[in-house]
Design a protein around this ligand. Structure first.
Ligand SMILES: [Zn+2]
Length: 108
């Protein structure tokens, strides 16, 4: 039996009622669930959308805070180039260091 990998966010309870940490921060500064190793912000975005994210879709943190996974802070782009437009605008306004502080890319 193979499970699909698309809906592993099912058990991701977002409310912080339970303080006990079910997440950890990975090397890139993103929160992940300890049990599934899934990125928290992608799970939140899936719940916001009401459907699983496609692999090509990118979840962006509006306030550039990677740790802030609230609904309102997350924006889904259909692909990386759409996502990068935002960061380029950011960079033009505030500089790259600001823009990339909350980057959701896998690039360093
Ligand atoms: Zn972004």
């Amino acid at each position: 039996m193979f499970k699909t990998t698309t809906s592993r966010c099912r058990n991701a309870s977002l409310s912080s009622r339970r303080k006990s940490s079910r997440t950890y921060t990975d090397n890139n500064g993103y929160k992940r669930f300890k049990d599934s190793d899934k990125l928290v912000h992608r799970c939140v975005a899936e719940m916001k959308l009401g459907r699983p994210l496609k692999d090509t879709e990118i979840v962006h943190h509006k306030n550039r805070d990677k740790q802030d996974n609230s609904f309102d802070n997350l924006q889904v782009f259909k692909n990386q180039s759409e996502h990068w437009k935002i960061h380029k605008i950011d960079a033009a306004k505030y500089g790259w260091s600001f823009s990339l502080k909350g980057s959701e890319t896998n690039k360093k």
